[in-house]
Structures are given as structure tokens and as C-alpha cells.
Design a protein. Structure first.
Length: 77
């Protein structure tokens, strides 16, 4: 699963925009059972939410001009 946050366009019951496209590319990069998030998600959810983030690093994603820094979301115990 891939998660990104940012502005989106809602039209005809669907969401569009760069934020959605990057989330889709993060999903393509994730392995089965893995949840990867962008830096913007880490920033937006900064605090104790039962999840910690393991940095993966900047990753070149297909169709995205600049590398995206990814983190693996890991449940806290």
C-alpha cells in the first residue's frame, strides 16, 4: 500500500492530481503486506498514533520527476 498527502481535485466521484499519482507510484513500489508513506504523511501524522516510521530513503518512482523520500509504516507494540 502507498500513502501520500496533499491537495487533490475531486471530480465526478473520483480524485485526481499529483498527490494521487504519487500515491499510486508508491503503491507500485511497495511489496506485499508493506505500507509505505511519503514524507508529507510522516509530517502530517507526527505524534503518537500507534505507528512508527522507518526511513527508506529517496526513491526514484516511475513518472515522478524527483525522488520521493519513503518510510515504512510499522505498528508500535
Amino acid at each position: 500500500m502507498g500513502v501520500n498527502s496533499g491537495p487533490v481535485v475531486f471530480q465526478d466521484g473520483d480524485y485526481f492530481g499529483r498527490t494521487v499519482n504519487v500515491a499510486a507510484r508508491i503503491t507500485d513500489y511497495a511489496r506485499p503486506g508493506e505500507v509505505l508513506v511519503s514524507d508529507s504523511v510522516v509530517t502530517a501524522t507526527n505524534g503518537p498514533h500507534g505507528v512508527r516510521y522507518q526511513p527508506i530513503g529517496p526513491i526514484a518512482l516511475k513518472g515522478v520527476t524527483t525522488p520521493v523520500t519513503l518510510h515504512a509504516a510499522v505498528p508500535t507494540e
